[in-house]
Ligand binder design. Structure first.
Ligand SMILES: Nc1ncnc2c1ncn2[C@@H]1O[C@H](COP(=O)(O)OS(=O)(=O)O)[C@@H](OP(=O)(O)O)[C@H]1O
Length: 574
């Protein structure tokens, strides 16, 4: 049997309200609707499916104050994290949010109505007190504090919820289990004891050894229960992590491990967060919960010290585990002993034993540079997933952006560069010549500054998307304005390397060698606002390379560009 839910009853509001779904759907259409943020959606999903049992809605002022001050709801049940719905004055006025009113809660991603909230109260929290009591300080280097002060709105709305329909997910559906589903799963498997492991990071061999040991010590099974809602800014995206967990799962002894995803919005609240995590795992049927060193820690504070002591979280969970009815398993750091080719808990290793470790920084370095990641540290199938997510420079796209006067030779350089890159292979090469873009993307645009800027921003958008997809992009518009070129760089650099090449062939030379007679027409006033004649060209301030076709030939210029690309490892073969 799975562990009993916190408070004895699983508050599965989806199940409770399912018989009234059509009625609630119709009612929701008639009510003012509040569009929820990503964070609200995570909280809502876990209130509606019972992950936050015994909650049946967002906290009223009475519950909020009690949780902040005493780690308990007003009725005395343990609950360490405030779960609040924040709104601003305009939303209160526009939607008529007041005690007794009903509000539809809507999904920002697809506009579906998810729940109806019956407002009990609207209150203005003391955020500084909340930060200090919940997170331990008002230092906004803490992501939870930062959210509270900079993102959360001024008022909280408390009240009970009625569930209309589930949030739609499109990724890893087979791994998304509600508490009821997970409990049924454990019961089906006959699992009596389940040790839950919380994580927001990829898992390597040390984590596998640790969880297996934890399970064996309790004669239990393991639930890998990673957070796929919101984690710490800068974390590895959940898509990659879930692929890692899936790759790791077969490495557990036969039938020992299960994997389920938790759509939680973490607050990085250390001890209080650990206790909250334990409640959530109990609601999902776990009997044991692993709490490690610096559990849900947010990192360093403004004085460069950790926000929490390394074992604060363990101490708090320990204090309440009996009352809560879920047993904490302490996470001992697992260290590799090369002479025995095995992992051991840090506190059991005899002094003087040779050990090996790879730090997070070192791992990132090895992934970036393609250096070996040994099998004692991680399984090859896990490393493969991480490598796919950290392509080496030679596997990444880039953009070469040539700017210069009409007939400066930029188009010829672009074509010769295209041939050279095609010869070497490895990536698709995409050309965005000024003329092609004007014909395919910007037919309606003229040559005012506004139109030229819009033309360049379209080129930048396409170049950026192609760069993301791994192509070598060669763009060659006149692009006479610094600002537009800078924005193009910013846009592409979100996805890969950007090289600005100033084709600085002097205007006189461009004009002298113009076989198409375009400059002559511009001089004669037949073309107005022509760059170099009666419209400005701002020379780039920080080009990556300056070339000049009056002094160099196309071949030597292309060679210079190739050297530039090589210098960044983009053309490496090995
Ligand atoms: N007023 C004016 N100023 C500059 N250029 C003009 C103008 N009118 C037409 N053309 C022809 O349009 C081509 C340049 O367009 P671009 O898209 O590269 O210019 S920009 O980057 O948007 O400023 C370029 O053509 P190609 O040389 O065939 O590319 C110009 O000859």
């Amino acid at each position: 049997m799975a562990n009993s839910p916190h408070g004895g009853v699983l508050k599965d509001l989806f199940a409770r309200d399912a018989p009234r779904q059509s009625e609630l759907l119709a009612e929701a259409e008639t009510l003012p609707a509040l569009t929820l943020t990503e964070r609200h959606l995570c909280d809502l999903e876990l209130i509606l499916n019972g992950g936050f049992s015994p909650l049946e809605g967002f906290m009223t002022e009475k519950d909020f104050t009690s949780v902040v001050e005493t780690l308990r709801l007003a009725d005395g049940a343990l609950f360490s994290m405030p779960i609040t719905l924040d709104v601003d004055q305009k939303q209160i006025d526009d939607l008529g949010i007041k005690p007794g009113a009903k509000i539809t809660l809507r999904d920002l991603r697809d506009d579906r109505n998810l729940a109806i909230l019956t407002v009990e109260d609207v209150y203005r929290p003391d955020k500084t007190n909340e930060a200090v009591k919940v997170f331990g300080s008002d230092d906004d280097t803490h992501p939870g504090v930062k959210h509270l002060f900079n993102v959360a709105k001024e008022f909280y709305v408390g009240g009970k919820l009625e569930a209309i329909q589930r949030l739609e997910h499109y990724d890893f559906l087979e791994l998304r289990f509600s508490p009821a589903e997970l409990r049924a799963h454990f019961n089906k498997l006959g699992w009596q004891k389940v040790v839950a492991f919380q994580t927001r990071n990829p898992m390597h061999r040390a984590h596998r050894e640790l969880t297996v040991r934890a399970a064996r010590s309790q004669q239990a099974n393991v639930l890998i229960h990673p957070v796929v809602g919101l984690t710490k800014p800068g974390d590895i995206d959940h898509f990659t992590r879930v692929r890692v967990y899936k790759a790791l799962l077969p490495r557990y002894p036969n039938g020992m491990g299960a994997l389920a995803l938790l759509p939680l919005a973490m607050r990085m609240g250390g001890p209080r967060e650990a206790l909250w995590h334990a409640v959530i795992r109990k609601n999902h049927g776990a009997t044991h919960f692993i709490v490690g060193r610096d559990h849900a820690g947010p990192g360093k504070n403004k004085n460069g010290k950790d926000h929490y002591g390394p074992y604060d979280a363990q101490h708090l969970v320990q204090q309440y585990q009996e009352e809560l009815g879920i047993k904490m398993v302490e996470f001992q750091e697992m260290i590799y002993i090369p002479d025995r080719d095995e992992y051991m808990p840090a506190n059991e290793i005899p002094e003087g034993t040779r050990t090996l470790n790879i730090s997070g920084t070192e791992l990132r370095h090895r992934l970036r540079t393609g250096k070996e990641i040994p099998a004692w540290f991680s399984y090859p199938e896990v490393v493969k997933v991480l490598r796919e997510q950290n392509p080496l420079p030679r596997e990444k796209g880039f953009t070469v952006f040539l700017t210069g006067y009409q007939n400066s030779g930029k188009d010829n350089i672009a074509r010769a560069l295209q041939v050279t890159l095609n010869q070497d292979g490895g990536r698709p090469v995409s050309m965005l010549l000024g003329e092609t873009v004007r014909h395919e993307l910007s037919q309606e645009l003229g040559f005012t500054r506004k139109d030229r800027d819009l033309n360049i921003s379209r080129i930048a958008f396409v170049a950026s998307e192609l760069t993301k997809a791994g192509a070598a992009v060669i763009a060659a518009p006149i692009a006479p304005f610094e600002d537009a070129r800078r924005q193009a760089r910013e846009s592409v650099e979100r996805n890969g390397n950007f090289f600005l090449i100033h084709v600085a062939t002097p205007l006189e030379y461009c004009e002298k060698t113009d076989r198409r007679g375009v400059y002559a027409k511009a001089r004669a006033g037949e073309i107005k606002g022509f760059t170099g004649v009666d419209d400005p060209y701002e020379a780039p301030v920080n080009p990556d390379l300056v070339v000049d076709l009056e002094k160099q030939n196309v071949r030597s210029i292309v060679h210079e560009i190739i050297l530039l690309l090589e210098g960044r490892g983009l053309l490496d073969r090995f």
